[in-house]
Write a protein that binds this ligand. Sequence first.
Ligand SMILES: Nc1ncnc2c1ncn2[C@@H]1O[C@H](COP(=O)(O)OP(=O)(O)OP(=O)(O)O)[C@@H](O)[C@H]1O
Ligand SMILES: [Mg+2]
Length: 702
Amino acid sequence: MPFNNVHIEESHHTTVGLYRLFVYFLRFFRPRRAIIAATLLLAMCATAAELTLPHLVRTGIDRYIVPTACLIDMDRLRQHPDLFRELETDLTPVDGTDMVFLGPEALRQAGTSLLPQLQALGISAPERYYITPATSDALQVVQNHPDMLSADNNVVAIAQSDMAALSSSELLQLRRVDVRGVALLSGLFLVVLLVGFGLTAAQLFWVEHASQHIMHDVRRTVFNHLISRPLSFFTANPVGRLVTRATNDVQNLHEMFNALFASMLKDVLMVAGIMAVLLMLDVRLSLACFAVLPFLLLSAMLFSTFSRRAFREVRIKIAAINAMIQESIAGLSVLKVFGRESEHDRDFQRLNYENYQANMRQTTVFAIFSPVVDFARLSVMGIIVWYGGLRTLDGAMSLGTLVVFLYYMRMFFRPIQDMTEKYNIIQSAFASLERLYLLLEKSGPGEELAGEPLPQDQGCAISFRNVSFAYNETEPVLRDVSFDVAPGTTLAIVGVTGSGKTTIINLLERFYDAQQGSILFDGVDIRKLDTVQLRRQMGLVLQDVIMFSGSIRENVLLGNPQVSEQRLRQALAISNLDKVVARLPGGIDEPLMEGARMLSAGERQLLAFARAVVADPPVLILDEATANIDPLTEELIQKALTNITIRRTAIIIAHRLSTIQHADSIILLHKGAIKEQGTHAELMARKGMYYRMSKLQYLSDS
Ligand SMILES: Nc1ncnc2c1ncn2[C@@H]1O[C@H](COP(=O)(O)OP(=O)(O)OP(=O)(O)O)[C@@H](O)[C@H]1O
Ligand SMILES: [Mg+2]
């Protein structure tokens, strides 16, 4: 698909294969691969750290907060020799009583199925006991409540139902070991939290770092590509669209990179990690929870379809609003003169309202989807509380696991929601990637600048040999044009508006190439010559003077460092720009505002002269260069010009025939063909078109 196809702009479906895009843009990612790899690693570590947190909570609950031992009926246990052998070493008897306990540690190691089994066999009753090492603190509590607590030198035991009778200070005293454990775990929790935080911060920093560099590289490539296009490229591609390529589309690439590497990567790791951990903790409850996933997936798919549509609409409307604001401000004077402000305002209101509607549609989609995810999350919470609660009650699952399930599930839904929202960014970024790809790869060959060096010391002769040219296939603009400009002489081109005068210059500067015939510079076809060198030979002063943002000095020098201050001042004087400069508060270094609107059209032409004088080129080309200058200043410049052009080859295009009377040769161009050719005197003697034009002007001037 050719790049100048207008539909590319708003078409959001990808016509270039993803693989091709991937391969193409890999070249920008490759130089940053080390950083990208580092961010991957950081993301993994950060995810691991975050996944550890719930585990610490679980350990705290199961080991220190609800440590449960069960009372074992030894007679019954002995009836099951297998079980007896298995548990024998883990049993904790309390000397002086007939109580034997199976401690929480042993229960944990035996797995979740042991407890239900022991209860079913009547070896253990549902009542849970708390057992703790017999420290002096613990024994003190035992003295206060000898009826409830059983103790020997090693172990203190109390039924869970009796623990409510102890005061809170007694409980803390009894459970000093647990308190210490909980404190330790809390500390660890904080450390892991901080580590995770640090890792995430580092990861985000490096993602942004890589992303900024990639964006920088892509933008530079785009800009480079644009300025190396031949001018014909810009006839087919509106500037506004190209600006969008270099700014918005590159920005979209940046956002996609960030979305992928800063959030989605971690989201995927997180979801996968949580699923793995949950399955390891409790397969049945996990599967029960995952039952909502298909429902979630379906709604996510619906969401992304609708939101993509809404998102696209919003983008189109915003682009339209931007364009309209820009256009209105740029053309405000025209609007005011024709009194069209209110109509324009109405148009804008309509557009603005459409934008509002598009935004509301987008909001609606989000407003529906967020509660859907919430609903799924709460349903899962319900499943956990109900089914997990049952499994905890019958001892198949620990309380810690139950709590941790709830915790993980909260973590589980955030990345899922996040991923669906990021999906939009990725979508629009792919459209941008495609447009960038088409611009960079499919916009035809760049300008061929390299070529043979120019012939030396030949004096710069210019010849057109049977040149025919058309900007587009339909209408020929030049027809069989031939002429010679001998070294050091001046050729004037005259002709009515649209006759093709500027086109001759465009061909000579190689902004375009002629379809037929050839243009010779010192006898060599310019298509063979080095274009940069060729252009450097020719100083060009045009009717519309292009100004760059910067001071007058910068605009005159155009980055040429070899010009002395003296020569600069001299050039300003020759071109009569010095008077303008004297008027500006900052003089030659006064920054010119956008488009140099503070200079008049004529003053800008003076500046263009100064440019040509400073550049001191062997060939001087003036295309209606004095059209905006008053006759008095023009006369001054004419004098200066005569001095400048005296040894140079010059081509001068002028509407005011009085200014070119002294040219060595004059061409009259009509509808792209040379109609008359000769000196002023010869052409006047012919009494043809030149004669008539001259007479008309003479009449109006006098
Ligand atoms: N970039 C372009 N793409 C297509 N057509 C163009 C382009 N530039 C000029 N033309 C057409 O080519 C013809 C000759 O244009 P050109 O600029 O050479 O005229 P000119 O003699 O310099 O006129 P003027 O006296 O108004 O400056 C015109 O009909 C114009 O519409
Ligand atoms: Mg012109």
